[in-house]
Design a protein around this ligand. Structure first.
Ligand code: ADP
Ligand code: MG
Length: 345
């Protein structure tokens, strides 16, 4: 039998050796990437306006390695940035990855992390063009930045929603939140009984939405094919309520969202109830769905109404009417942002 290999310490490679090791297989694919890793800076040339978006992830604040495999973490970190890029109606083309690593990590851990990042780059057609590498006194900190090309598109802001516009959302909501609750629950079980094996049969959708979310590239491509230009758009990272309120505040409008129209998958609703949670509350206040929320003029109703995987959930009103949820029984409830807020209580 072959011997188990000892984990390789990062100090064996050193900073430059590590970067070389993690990035040597990268092949640049986008014509807009003129120069990638290996110089003082990367060089890009986009066909239209460039959008830039960045995200920082801190161990034990944004992720927990007890149930997040590093490959998934890498994949998700890249995808959430791509999602922000799509939410501007742009194509992500370049990515930089900066990381601070503590000495509890070995080379194999970072190989896993980069495997995830590079898989996301491959699937979404993005070039990894640079980054920075340093040490951390504890835990892992990741900072990813994406450059996107708007091409012929104008950027779609949060501020363009108009009275009477339709409010639409892609996919289904609340699944990532319930997926997280599931993982948290199993983590507690595992603490008591390390030999327990969780049974996640039939719950793939919930775990995938939490551990391996996808950005809605397809929705942006659909807009381009059908000539749809949303009046406003945002990606759903902090829960539907919070995102709807961002659009309304930035656009100076109010809205009505119909509870019965909010897309929640059957498995999400079933598991939510099992955990004594209200499915609608999970959709409104959960987070990390990475779906696209957007507004369209009424004239686009026919273009969107029949599209599988897009739901019309409400409409924009004048500001004075406020931002309301119309509950199933017809009562009006003001929408409040109770999603993930780092500086909230
Ligand atoms: P500098 O000293 O100019 O900051 P570095 O030695 O940090 O240069 O980086 C050398 C090259 O490696 C640069 O092209 C940089 O973008 C890239 N790089 C550094 N760290 C990473 C990383 N974690 N992932 C991808 N590329 C990286
Ligand atoms: Mg550097």
């Amino acid at each position: 039998m072959p011997k188990k290999q000892k984990p390789k310490e990062i100090s064996e490679l050193g900073e430059f050796g590590l970067i070389e090791h993690l990035t040597k297989k990268i092949k640049l694919k986008n014509p807009s990437t003129i120069k990638g890793i290996g110089d003082d800076a990367a060089v890009v040339k986009h066909s239209g306006q460039t959008i830039i978006t960045t995200d920082m992830l801190v161990e034990n604040v944004h992720f927990n390695l007890m149930y997040t495999p590093l490959k998934h973490l890498g994949y998700k970190s890249a995808v959430v940035n791509f999602s922000d890029c799509y939410a501007m109606n742009a194509r992500p083309e370049q990515l930089t990855v900066s990381m601070a690593i503590s000495n509890k990590y070995c080379v194999e851990d970072l190989e896993d992390l980069y495997e995830g990042i590079l898989l996301a780059c491959k699937i979404y057609g993005v070039d990894l063009v640079g980054g920075d590498t340093t040490t951390s006194p504890g835990g892992l900190v990741l900072s990813l930045t994406v450059l996107g090309d708007l091409g012929k598109n104008q950027p779609v802001y949060r501020s363009g929603a108009k009275d009477n516009d339709l409010i639409c959302v892609s996919g289904d909501l609340g699944a990532a939140y319930i997926g997280l609750q599931l993982l948290e629950r199993e983590k507690e079980v595992f603490k008591v009984n390390p030999h327990s094996q969780p049974d996640f049969t039939g719950l793939d959708h919930l775990l995938e939405k939490q551990l391996k979310p996808e950005a809605r590239k397809d929705v942006i491509e659909f807009f381009a094919q059908t000539g749809i230009v949303p009046t406003s758009m945002i990606d759903v990272s902090d829960g539907l309520s919070s995102e709807v309120l961002h659009i309304c505040k930035n656009s100076g409008v109010g809205c009505s969202i119909y509870e019965e129209k909010i897309p929640v998958a059957d498995v999400t609703a079933r598991m939510a109830r099992e955990m004594n949670l209200d499915p609608t509350t999970c959709a409104l206040n959960g987070g990390e769905d990475y779906e696209l929320l957007f507004t369209l003029p009424q004239k686009d109703f026919d273009k969107i109404n029949d599209i599988d995987g897009i739901s019309i959930i409400g409409h924009i009103n004048p500001k004075e009417t406020g931002c309301m949820l119309v509950a199933r029984d017809g009562t009006l409830v003001p929408l409040v942002a109770q999603g993930w807020n780092h500086f909230g209580s």
